[in-house]
Design a protein around this ligand. Structure first.
Ligand code: FPP
Ligand code: MG
Length: 198
């Protein structure tokens, strides 16, 4: 493995960390990975700035690869993360669009990071665009699977995963389990829609 490929792993982890630092401000969360969040310890202003600082180091790291395809791939991740959060803040009136929107949101705010990081590593290791697409699709599927399970944990896990449970429910976010429940129990749709502001 080349040093530049290892750098992509560092950059991906830093983008992920910056997004979680900002996410904990948006969600007003006080614990993550079993520890107090940055916003809980230092307040929201410093948490936002800390996330920005991590992103600035990410930009330097990306530029140091000297590869414009890699830089634009990593920049796309940041764009997707922010657009995914905007999507999460919105809602869809049409129930047929809800699932598609949930999957689009899930791609943008979780899977894009893994998909594009895998792609960036392959771009640095091999010139074949077919390989780049395969690594992208692999990361995309891992990312979507990860988030679907994470959304189930919001309902089923106890506090030993290090972050509060029922956080999505309390934020009235309709994730996969809620959307499946709407499909399976149409008679409960009205009640579910009221709570989740669908
Ligand atoms: C966790 O979601 C959060 C994300 C997957 C992405 C958050 C993205 C932003 C706040 C946009 C800003 C991005 C950057 C790069 C600074 P969750 O709340 O569903 O999961 P959780 O239970 O782990 O909090
Ligand atoms: Mg959150």
């Amino acid at each position: 493995m080349q040093a530049s490929q290892r750098a992509i792993a560092l950059i991906a982890e830093m983008i992920h960390t910056a997004s979680l630092v900002h996410d904990d401000v948006i969600d007003d969360t006080s614990s993550r990975r079993g520890k107090h969040t940055v916003n809980k310890i230092w307040g929201e202003k410093k948490a936002v700035l800390a996330g920005d600082l991590i992103l600035s180091v990410v930009s330097i790291g990306g530029a140091q690869t000297g590869n414009t395809a890699v830089i634009s791939t990593l920049t796309r991740v940041i764009e997707d993360l922010v657009c995914g959060e905007f999507l999460q803040l919105g809602s869809k009136e049409n129930e047929h669009e809800r699932f598609a929107q949930y999957l689009e949101k899930t791609f943008k705010n979780t899977a894009s990071l893994i998909a594009n990081s895998c792609k960036a590593v392959s771009v640095l290791g091999c010139p074949d665009p077919v390989v780049h697409e395969i690594t992208y699709q692999y990361g995309k599927n891992v990312g979507i699977a990860f988030q679907l399970i994470d959304d189930v944990f919001d309902f089923t896990s106890c506090s030993n995963i290090g972050k509060p449970t029922s956080a999505d429910v309390n934020l009235r976010l309709a994730t996969g389990p809620v959307l499946f429940a709407c499909q399976q129990f149409p008679e409960m749709n009205a009640m579910i829609m009221r709570w989740f502001s669908l």
